[in-house]
Design a protein around this ligand. Structure first.
Ligand code: PMT
Length: 400
């Protein structure tokens, strides 16, 4: 996490959604990143998490009611608004989103939202049907038009058991976005067309069997979400993955390396950046069986043939695009990655040691070396994949 000087002031607005408990972790992570955190809770939020919890974590008074004792809060809210570098509202219920869109100021949080001049990052979280409602979508659009930043909710299982968009992103993703805004690269990829690949390709043996790998899609999806949050126009070409792709990006599903090759090459001329986190099978079965192979009839050996190397082809055709590859290694990650960087004509390559259980396939974290341009190597500590994604994008921005 990019540390901030101690005088960075973040106002964390917590509203009465079931995800309010996640705001505790958000406040703790912001504190650990060096921010001075002031929590403002709506009345409903105080019924889900106690102000004392936030007060203990942040070491600051928690603001709840504009007019309640201590009355100094009524005056303090203006002073606080002036000091703030970011107002982060997580979770933001449909109710508070509606009030912000209408300019209503009937409690400490909504009043503060009108008083601040810093960026405001709103993180909606609610039931999927509520989130899809036209009134909520209209209000969110109004917020965007007013200059608020909206962190799209995750797609997943909600507290009600329903599955859909509406889940508050993980605290790590929220804090990564907040830190990016504080670092001044809020929308530093605004309008940039970026293509991300993710997942693990599947090479058929017969109609029911395939050769693949352990990619969960998490690294590629984190890149897509981070690029989206920084304003990029993201196309995500994804092979099968175990997690849902982030909302707010164009998703192009593929199965095989050849399909990924076709999808990527078709779009290459229109993009400015390619981030290739997909685990692409180097080989495919030369002649997949047209029908299911029966026990006893199946060959004991499979004849394989080489798949096209997508990145190498992109390196060959490269114009102004910034090309970023990933290298999944089980030994000498940096040396191997640098070799691939040169061979495939890349600007950067991100090496990860996939034999480390905390890194690479399936893990939520990754320990990477960002290699390039040339022989330059930047080693990063073990970070969440979202944080890795933002660090890679920082480097992309400097190359753009
Ligand atoms: O999905 P996760 O579970 O989060 O795991 C993340 C990851 C381990 C898959 C990811 O961090 C990663 O390392 N991705 C690259 C995996 C890979 O295919 O590595 P490679 O060293 O074999 O290939 C090097 C680069 O060439 C990669 O960018 C790959 O996308 C690309 N390639 C490879 C073969 C091929 N035929 N075409 C390609 O474009």
């Amino acid at each position: 996490m990019s540390d901030r000087p101690a005088d960075t002031v973040v106002l964390l607005g917590v509203t009465g959604g079931i995800a309010a408990y996640k705001a505790v972790e958000v406040s703790s992570r912001l504190r650990r990143a060096g921010a001075e955190v002031h929590v403002i809770m709506t009345a409903a939020a105080t019924r889900l998490v106690t102000p004392l919890t936030f007060g203990s974590i942040t070491g600051q008074p928690v603001y709840t009611d504009l007019l309640q004792e201590p009355r100094r809060e009524a005056v303090e809210h203006i002073a606080l608004a002036r000091r703030a570098h970011l107002l982060l509202i997580a979770p933001a219920t449909a109710d508070v989103i509606g009030k912000l869109a209408a300019g209503i100021a009937d409690d400490f949080l909504t009043t503060e939202a009108l008083a601040v001049t810093c960026p405001v990052l709103v993180c909606p979280a609610m039931n999927a049907d509520m989130y899809a409602h036209r009134a909520v979508q209209r209000n969110l659009q109004t917020l965007r038009d007013l200059g608020y930043l909206v962190l799209e909710p995750d797609h997943g299982r909600l507290a009600t058991g329903a599955v859909g968009p509406g889940r508050l992103p993980d605290p790590e993703a929220i804090v990564a976005r907040a830190m990016a805004l504080l670092a001044g690269h809020g929308q530093d990829l605004a309008g940039v067309p970026i293509l991300v690949t993710a997942g693990g390709t599947r090479e058929p043996i017969d109609p029911v069997r395939f050769i693949s790998n352990h990619s969960s899609g998490k690294m590629g999806f984190a890149l897509a979400a981070a690029a989206r949050d920084r304003g990029a126009k993201v196309t995500l070409v994804t092979a099968p993955a175990t997690v849902s792709p982030p909302p707010g990006v164009e998703v192009v599903p593929v199965q095989t390396a050849q399909e990924m090759y076709d999808a990527v090459l078709e779009r290459f001329a229109d993009v400015r950046v390619v981030l290739k986190a997909a685990a692409v099978a180097d080989y495919r079965v030369a002649r997949p069986a047209p029908g299911k192979l029966k026990k006893g009839q199946a060959p004991t050996t499979l004849e394989l043939e080489l798949n096209p190397d997508i990145l190498a082809e992109l390196g060959h055709r490269k114009g102004r695009q910034v090309l970023v590859g990933f290298a999944a290694e089980t030994g000498n990650p940096v040396a191997e990655a640098l070799r691939k960087l040169r061979r495939k004509g890349l600007d950067l390559i991100v090496a990860n040691d996939v034999s480390d259980p905390d890194s690479g396939f399936g893990a939520d974290t990754n320990r990477v070396w960002i290699c390039g341009p040339g022989d330059a190597v930047e080693e990063l500590p073990l970070l969440g994949k979202r944080e890795v994604a933002d660090r890679v994008l920082d480097r992309v921005v400097s190359l753009l």
